[in-house]
Each structure stands twice: as structure tokens, then as C-alpha cells.
Ligand binder design. Structure first.
Ligand SMILES: Cc1cc2nc3c(=O)[nH]c(=O)nc-3n(C[C@H](O)[C@H](O)[C@H](O)COP(=O)(O)OP(=O)(O)OC[C@H]3O[C@@H](n4cnc5c(N)ncnc54)[C@H](O)[C@@H]3O)c2cc1C
Length: 379
């Protein structure tokens, strides 16, 4: 049985109040105008959400992955786009918190907890699932790291204050790329947003290129040791990003469930509510069951993470299941609504676009299945 602590229920109440009052009335506007609501991000910082898992000594709330998932479910219920902005911020913050030196943590975490936007930049035109296809380079010259390259599909690209970036720093003995990680301030000379993508869904988060043009960094900007890039990237994706994306999908699933119940109760056909039809009840039952299954998987993975247990496969299962289930629930809910399902005054067609767009974020469903199967096969 899933049971939340009193403190976790308080976090949920605060996040739900915020989502219902501040996000819900504007969610459609974020989507239509494709704007990232920077001012709401400052508000989530004020509520303690931006550094929810960061220890109090660095300005955070000192809570965990479960509380993070609660915040993302509640915000994702009304705007998956806004919630995905938070996920990217959490990834950059998590990487610094986990692999940063004391000096790096003291320098960046308090700002990231109090309103600075973080992000995590791995993907490149030649390397999304394929990390080794990355071409961004970092070389040491006159005691400084010099970075050149282009990252793509980066969430918060145009509003990022602190970017955690992977780059090739050489090759290992077998000729495989050696990948390292750097912390770059958004306004560092040579670091700039490039093209901004027009996405089908998750609008309300900004996604685009980051161009690195002779960015010069002191050696203190290296995160972890040279060559630890794959460990840090995979650790951030599986330790935080996938749980975050699963929780956003959970929010979409709850949106589908609530909208399907509301519509079925209010719509009258043949002189009675739609909800009297058995096939409509089947859709509601399927939405409820998928929400429940995704909820159990997501909070189980988050709880394992908080308990310090290995949970890479559980995170992948939660992300795989919740995001695919959200796509199916949104499509099903549109069907339940008949012609109204495709009318954009209702949010459900947005949920479908959001859910489909969440599938590649933090690793595609194929990659999740590969991780899950590999974990199973090595037992
Ligand atoms: C909304 C959104 C936000 C994002 N935010 C960020 C971000 O903040 N930072 C960041 O770094 N990236 C981000 N990404 C990028 C995301 O991580 C990549 O899109 C994802 O990893 C897939 O990479 P790709 O797009 O290059 O697709 P590819 O890797 O080219 O995949 C193409 C197809 O091949 C399949 N495939 C790939 N490898 C294998 C394999 N080994 N076996 C079988 N099939 C395979 C894939 O499943 C897919 O179907 C974001 C993406 C989206 C859509």
C-alpha cells in the first residue's frame, strides 16, 4: 500500500493549491503562445519547490525524490510543459548536488534553489540515445577548458542561468570518446541559445539549441573527474530525470481521468448522462487503472531512490509505463468525448500532444525497454 508521510501530504497540498490557482488558469495560454512562464518559476522557488531535494545547508528544502515527484505530478496535472521545465532544472541541480565539490555546491545550489534556472545538456544532432555520437569538444589550453559544439533539444535553453553540459575531452585506450561534464553559467561568453524548437506538445517549456563557441572555463568548472561524463549523465537521468518525467506523465494521466469523469457526467445523450453507457465506463475504468499503476510504479521508484536502493530499472519502468499510458489515456479520453475531444477549448487534445512529446525526453521508450530487459537478463 502506498502511504505518504504527513510532510509529503503537506507538500502535495501546497503544490496542488499552487497548480490549481496559478497554473490551471494559464495552462492553455502557455500552450497556445508557447511561452515559458518564468515568473511562475520564481514562485515555485519561493514555495521551496526548486530545491526540494537539496540539503538545507545549500538553501534547499532537504526533502527527497518522492516530494519532487509529488510536485511534478501536481504541476504536470495542469501544465506538463511547465512541469518539464522543472524536471530539466532538477537534473542540472541534482548533478551539481551529487557530483559537485563543496565549492561548486556552495556557489551554485543556493541560487538554483531560489529562482535561477538550471538545465542539463547532453543531446546533440548526432547523439541523443547514442552518447558516443557527441561531438562537442572541450580541450585544455593555457590552463583553461575551451568548449565548442552545439547541443539540441535542450529544455530551458533560452532561460538557463546554470547549464550542466557534457563534452568530449579525449579518447580512451580503445578509442572510445572520453566524456566529461562542465558547469557553465548562462551568460558565459560564447555560451548562447540558438534555434528554439516549435514543439507539438510540452509547450510552456522552452526547448532549443545551445551553441558553445570558444567558451573558456576555469578548471574549477569541471564537474566530477575527467572521463566521468557517462557516469554522471546516466546517474542524473536514472536518478532524477526519468522519475521526474514519469511523474509529469502521471499528472497527464490524472488530467485524463478527471476530464473523462467530468465529461461523462455532464454530457447527456439519449436523455441520460454519457456515464450510463457501459463502453464509457470501460474507458473511465481503464484511465483509473492506468493512473493507479503509474502512480504505484512512480512513487515506488522514487521511494527506492530515497532509501538509497539501486533503482535504475524501476525508474525506467515507471517512465516507460507512465508516458505510454498517458498517450493511450489521452487518445481514449478524446474518443469518449466524441467530437468535443478534438475541440481545443477542452484540454484533452493538449494532453495527447504533451504525452507524445514526453516519450523521447530522458530516453525513448525503446531505450527504457532495453534498460529493463538488460537488467532482467543479467539476473
Ligand atoms: C521535450 C523534450 C525535451 C528534451 N530535453 C532535453 C534536455 O533538457 N537535455 C538533453 O540533453 N536532451 C533533451 N531532450 C532530448 C532527448 O533526450 C532525446 O530526444 C532522446 O534521448 C532521443 O534522442 P534522439 O532524439 O537523438 O533520437 P535517436 O536517438 O536518434 O532515436 C531515433 C529512434 O531510434 C531508436 N533507438 C535509438 N537507439 C536505439 C537502440 N540502441 N536500440 C533500439 N532503438 C534505438 C529510438 O528509440 C528512436 O525511436 C529532450 C527531448 C524532448 C522531446
Amino acid at each position: 500500500m502506498l502511504k505518504f508521510s504527513e510532510q509529503q501530504e503537506l507538500v502535495r497540498k501546497a503544490a496542488r493549491d499552487f497548480a490549481e490557482n496559478e497554473i490551471a488558469p494559464l495552462a492553455q495560454k502557455f500552450d497556445e503562445e508557447d511561452i515559458c512562464p518564468v515568473e511562475l518559476f520564481k514562485e515555485t522557488a519561493r514555495l521551496g519547490f526548486n530545491g526540494v531535494f537539496v540539503p538545507a545547508e545549500y538553501g534547499g528544502a532537504g526533502l527527497g525524490c518522492t516530494e519532487m515527484a509529488i510536485i511534478l505530478e501536481e504541476t504536470g496535472r495542469y501544465s506538463a510543459g511547465f512541469a518539464v521545465s522543472l524536471v530539466a532544472h532538477y537534473m542540472g541541480t541534482y548533478a551539481i548536488m551529487t557530483w559537485g565539490t563543496e565549492e561548486q555546491k556552495r556557489k551554485y545550489l543556493p541560487a538554483l534553489c531560489s529562482g535561477s534556472f538550471g538545465g542539463f545538456s547532453l543531446t546533440e544532432p548526432g547523439g541523443g540515445s547514442d552518447f558516443s555520437g557527441q561531438k562537442t569538444s572541450a580541450r585544455l589550453a593555457d590552463g583553461k577548458w575551451v568548449l565548442n559544439g552545439r547541443k539540441c533539444f535542450i529544455t530551458n535553453s533560452h532561460c538557463m542561468d546554470v547549464n550542466v553540459v557534457t563534452a568530449r575531452t579525449g579518447e580512451d585506450a580503445e578509442g572510445r570518446p572520453q566524456i566529461s561534464v562542465f558547469i557553465i553559467e548562462g551568460n558565459a561568453p560564447g555560451h548562447a541559445p540558438g534555434r528554439k524548437e516549435k514543439k507539438a506538445g510540452l509547450r510552456g517549456s522552452c526547448t532549443g539549441d545551445i551553441v558553445l563557441n570558444n567558451v573558456q572555463l576555469p578548471q574549477s568548472c569541471l564537474l566530477g573527474k575527467p572521463g566521468e561524463g557517462i557516469k554522471i549523465a546516466l546517474g542524473t537521468l536514472s536518478g532524477m530525470g526519468r522519475c521526474g518525467t514519469a511523474a509529469v506523465a502521471l499528472g497527464i494521466l490524472r488530467g485524463c481521468l478527471e476530464e473523462s469523469v467530468k465529461f461523462a457526467r455532464n454530457r447527456v445523450i439519449y436523455g441520460k448522462p454519457l456515464s450510463k453507457l457501459t463502453n464509457i465506463q470501460f474507458i473511465i475504468a481503464q484511465n483509473r487503472t492506468d493512473y493507479e499503476a503509474a502512480r504505484l510504479m512512480t512513487y515506488n521508484a522514487a521511494g527506492m531512490r530515497d532509501a538509497g536502493m539501486p533503482c535504475g530499472a524501476e525508474m525506467s519502468m515507471a517512465k516507460f509505463f507512465a508516458s505510454e499510458a498517458a498517450v493511450n489515456a489521452a487518445r481514449r479520453t478524446m474518443e469518449l468525448m466524441g467530437g468535443y475531444g478534438v475541440i481545443t477549448d477542452y484540454p484533452v487534445s493538449r494532453y495527447l500532444r504533451d504525452a507524445v512529446s514526453a516519450i523521447p525526453a530522458c530516453g525513448t521508450s525503446h531505450i527504457m525497454q532495453i534498460i529493463i530487459a538488460e537488467n532482467e537478463l543479467k539476473k
